[in-house]
Write a protein that binds this ligand. Structure first.
Ligand code: PEP
Length: 250
């Protein structure tokens, strides 16, 4: 039985005071056992503060990206070991904003996925098609390509310690959510692709949906067979909205 996982991606938002207030509210509202598994991914500079505040809570924390190298002359970058040192459980890899704005291709995403796991982090691998690709009927092919690039490099066993997030690019930050039927179709395909390599791995993996998830649509999305939670952007910055999403998955 897969537990629902709700992850907040705060992107490049916040300040010390805003983050402190948000985490305090979440701690108050989200109890240890009654809801979904919950994690938040703050900007790097706030991870220490969030870790200190959440240390005795049931809420995990993670990062939004990482560098694939172990260490060295990579000015401005952050390694997996550094994130592990801060107690991160998760790290998002292959978010569509990283793919499109920072030119991260499938092989770089796979390298980041492997680097995360080598330091004991759980990568949240994002896959998803853009609007043109959906309109041209390529959604399943694109997602399959992004997924198999990582399977080819990391091996199917690696997906025993990973999460996949289906995030149609056209639904991220746009207020347009995929219908539960659209999302379920792609989630089932992701599980099928994994299942072709190893059925047991496919059965246990949490596949999250991301793209304008909010308190009003979460319950309906979570009711779908292969939707095991959500990666939440905008709504994760509002404590009442994010808490309601977590409760929908509880
Ligand atoms: C995201 O950034 O991963 C995301 C899903 O954003 P939003 O919920 O704002 O669409």
């Amino acid at each position: 039985m897969r537990r629902c996982l709700v992850v907040g991606n705060w992107k490049m938002h916040g300040s010390v005071s805003a983050v402190t207030a948000l985490v305090a509210a979440l701690k108050n509202e989200i109890s240890f056992d009654s809801h979904a598994e919950v994690a938040v991914c703050p900007p790097f500079v706030f991870i220490s503060a969030v870790a200190a505040a959440l240390a005795d809570s049931g809420i995990a924390w993670g990062a939004q990206t990482l560098d694939e190298h172990e260490k060295g002359a990579f000015t401005g970058e952050i390694s997996a070991a550094m994130l592990a040192d801060l107690g991160c459980r998760y790290v998002i890899v292959g978010h569509s904003e990283r793919r499109s704005l920072y030119a991260e291709d499938d092989s770089r995403v796979a390298a980041k996925f492997m680097a995360a796991q080598a330091s004991g982090l759980i990568p949240i691998l994002c896959v998803g098609e853009n609007l043109q690709q959906r309109e041209e009927g390529q959604a399943l092919d694109i997602v399959q390509r992004q997924l198999t690039a990582v399977i080819a490099m990391a091996g199917i066993e690696a997906f025993n310690r990973a999460v996949v997030a289906y995030e149609p690019v056209w639904a991220i930050g746009t207020g347009k959510t995929a219908t539960p039927e659209q999302a379920q179709q792609v989630h089932a395909h992701i599980r099928q692709v994994l299942s072709c390599a190893d059925a047991a791995v496919a059965e246990q993996i949490q596949i999250l949906y991301g793209g304008s998830v909010n308190a009003g649509n979460a319950l309906e999305l979570f009711a779908s067979l292969d939707i095991d939670g959500a990666l939440v952007g905008g709504a994760s910055l509002k404590s009442d909205e994010f808490t309601a999403i977590c409760k929908a998955g509880g």
